[in-house]
Design a protein around this ligand. Structure first.
Ligand SMILES: Nc1nc2c(ncn2[C@@H]2O[C@H](COP(=O)(O)OP(=O)(O)OP(=O)(O)O)[C@@H](O)[C@H]2O)c(=O)[nH]1
Length: 186
C-alpha cells in the first residue's frame, strides 16, 4: 500500500531538507523527481549543489509534465520517492505550456487550472496503484498579502487550491517554519 506525504512551507523554511530526511529514514531505493528547470546560472549552480549533496544512490528524474506516466516504472524500481516541488510543477505547466495569463479570458484561466489539477490528480492516482512511500514538497505561497497584479493572484489561487487538494489526498501533511516541521495531518 502506498503512503503519500505532503511537506509545505515558505522558501528556505527547511522543507526540502525535512522531506529528504523522511526519505533517508526509509533506507531503501529512492527516486528524486525534480520539477524545476534551471533557466539561469545561479539556479544551475543551486541544482548542481543539490545533486552533489544528496545520496549518490538516489536516481534523479528531471520532469514536470505527465509525471504520472513514469510512476509505474518508478514503483517497479524504487520504494521511496521525493518530488521537489509542486510549486515549480505548477509554475512550469503555467508558463512553458500554458497561456499568456495577463491577457487570458476567465474561461482560458479555468481551463488551465483544470489541466494542472488533472496532471496532479493523475499523479496521485498512479501513486495509489503502487507501494511507494511518496513525499511531495510544496510552497505555502499565500502567507503574504494578495499580489497587486493579475499573474501573481492567479498563481497564488492555483497553488493554494492545488495544495488544498493535495492536503485532502495525502495521508500525512507537515508544515515547516524556521526549519521546524510540525505534523498537521495524519
Ligand atoms: N532540475 C533539477 N532541479 C533540482 C535538482 N535537485 C534539486 N532541484 C530543485 O531545487 C529546488 C529546491 O531548491 P532550494 O531553492 O534550495 O530549496 P527551497 O525548497 O526553496 O528551500 P527549503 O525550504 O529550505 O527546502 C527544487 O525545486 C528542486 O526541483 C536536480 O537534480 N535537477
Amino acid at each position: 500500500m502506498s503512503k503519500v506525504i505532503l511537506v509545505t512551507g515558505g522558501a528556505r523554511s527547511g522543507k526540502s531538507g525535512f522531506a529528504e530526511s523522511l526519505c533517508k529514514e526509509q533506507n531503501n531505493s529512492t527516486a528524486y523527481i525534480a520539477t524545476s528547470v534551471a533557466f539561469d546560472d545561479e539556479m544551475k549552480e543551486r541544482v548542481r549543489k543539490h545533486q552533489q549533496n544528496r545520496p549518490k544512490e538516489w536516481k534523479t528524474y528531471e520532469i514536470y509534465k505527465d509525471i504520472y506516466k513514469i510512476i509505474k516504472e518508478i514503483g517497479e524500481n524504487h520504494q521511496t520517492v521525493i518530488l521537489d516541488c509542486i510549486t515549480l510543477l505548477v509554475n512550469n505547466l503555467m508558463f512553458a505550456d500554458g497561456i499568456d495569463v495577463d491577457n487570458a479570458t476567465e474561461q482560458e484561466i479555468n481551463e488551465l487550472e483544470a489541466y494542472i489539477k488533472d496532471q496532479v490528480n493523475k499523479l496521485i492516482e498512479e501513486v495509489r496503484k503502487t507501494d511507494l512511500y511518496f513525499v511531495m514538497v510544496t510552497n505555502e505561497v499565500g502567507l503574504g498579502v494578495v499580489p497587486s497584479y493579475k499573474l501573481g493572484r492567479v498563481y497564488c489561487d492555483f497553488v493554494g487550491r492545488i495544495n488544498q487538494m493535495l492536503g485532502r489526498l495525502s495521508d500525512e501533511v507537515y508544515f515547516t517554519v524556521c526549519g521546524i516541521p510540525t505534523k498537521i495531518k495524519g
